[in-house]
Design a protein around this ligand. Sequence first.
Ligand code: FDA
Length: 299
Amino acid sequence: MGILDKVIANSVPYMPKPFVQRISRRYAAGNEASDAVRVARDLSRQGCLTTVGVLGEFAPTEQYTRERLGDYKQVVDAMEDLRDPDLDYHVTVKLTDLGLTLDEDLCRKNLEEILLYAKARGRCLEVDMEETPYVTATLDMALKMHERHGDTGAVVQAYLRRTLGDLGRLVEAGIPVRLVKGVYVEPMELAYQDYDVVRQNYVLLLEELLRGGVNTRIATHDEYLVWHALRLIHQLGLDKDRYEFQMIMGVQERLRKILVEAGHPVRVTVLFGKDSYEYSLRRLKENPKIAGYVTRDVL
Ligand code: FDA
């Protein structure tokens, strides 16, 4: 992590609000479900698949989680109202936003409600992965939903030392898996700290997933990892229904276009929500590397 990134991260609390708002506009579609729908339709016209989600984490009350369910249903309804047969979208959720830290049963019920709502409309749910205290509960819940209803995907983080050990039961369950590097700052005991080790572990996990027959969502903007993914797809002779690339809106758009034009499935995450300013601020303060990327990008 560069010194410049740290300097930028430390100055985030002092950055003018309009500047942080500009950053959040770059990475979030807007405040309303209709903003996400507009961006998703645009991306669909560019040949991309999409994933929609609501910005937020750590629900403070049960009432908050009920409102959140409403937000999810609203965006699904708005996407369906387009009646666009080419619009292929998933829904993504964070379990702490659905009440994981309040009450696991409440969170499970909320997750199931959103899953069934999406599934009834032929859509799949993806369960984001958060900080290490929530990894076990998140994987357990995603697997339980997949076992009960199907149409659920899990996420694993390549920077975690435990992830290789977690793959066994995911592969056995046949659950689709999104592979990411991991965005939170975690201690060395739990997570690899070296950039190259994380990359090498990503490649190792990717190979295990693809060879294990798992529907794999290759979520990265790192051209080195994209190249390894393309190499494995080629060497293993994988069909397009076995994998997809995933990226976040506003990031590495040139690489995204190259993959789309080469005929690979590429899904773009589109987030919206009223909390976009607070959410961006937290993300930037938390992770100096992201603060560095986005600030350089916006400048
Ligand atoms: P890396 O960080 O090396 O970035 C490669 C290049 O991409 C950089 O050099 C930079 O140019 C550009 N870049 C990357 N991120 C950028 C940004 N935010 N702004 C501007 N430029 C950027 N994490 C997690 O812990 N749980 C999760 O559930 C998810 N979900 C998820 C979904 C999707 C679709 C993606 C793409 C990513 C996630 N992540 C995530 C985040 C992930 O863990 C990781 O932090 C980021 O993808 C950045 O890592 P890269 O693999 O892109 O490599």
